[in-house]
Design a protein around this ligand. Sequence first.
Ligand code: NI
Length: 229
Amino acid sequence: MFLHLKNILTQDEIQAARALLGADAPWIDGRSSAGGQALAQKRNEQLAQDSAQSQQLRALVLTALQRDPLFFSAALPKKIFNPLFNRYSGDSNFYGAHVDGAVLRSKSPDQWVRSDISCTLFLAQPDEYEGGELRIQEAHSERHVKLPAGDLVLYPSSTVHQVAPVTSGARIASFFWIESMVRSTEQRLLLWNMDMHLLKLRSQVGEHDAAVVGLTGTYHNLLRMWADA
Ligand code: NI
């Protein structure tokens, strides 16, 4: 399931995030957090997780995610890995093809998170850098993703993906993983589609239409059957 959610962050939040990621930000070598397979092909920088900036930025991102009903419907999150932040620029400018680890240790809170969904929240505008697309392999094609600052992409953590070299400017983003209440991508996609159609139907015929009430019940009963909360 591939999904683009727009305007997760407000313009004020983007500015606040960028200020925290400015000249004083403690960037470290991104390889410090890479596993074996990723080590050879990861060249980027990551914000030191124990920094004051990281703490404020994590709170900013999590607050934004939690107020967004579309994010909740799409991800049905059980656990969210503490958001991390990276920068691709200069000589540290790419992350070659890889698959994200299946089970990852989040620091804040300290917990294991199974990666069902991978997320990138863009924090730089597309015209601030050349290259730097997130390239996600799909069954018969490759999807190239480069979104406006404040927009979020969700994709299955099972996919092979990479960040293409940034040839000028700097690509700054937040990234994190979600363990969903609904483990199956297919089931999650059915629930998401049903929820989106129900939204439309409610706006056309109202909350109390008998079919809307019935279908809403079906949605919740499917979720009850599939969710591990
Ligand atoms: Ni990755």
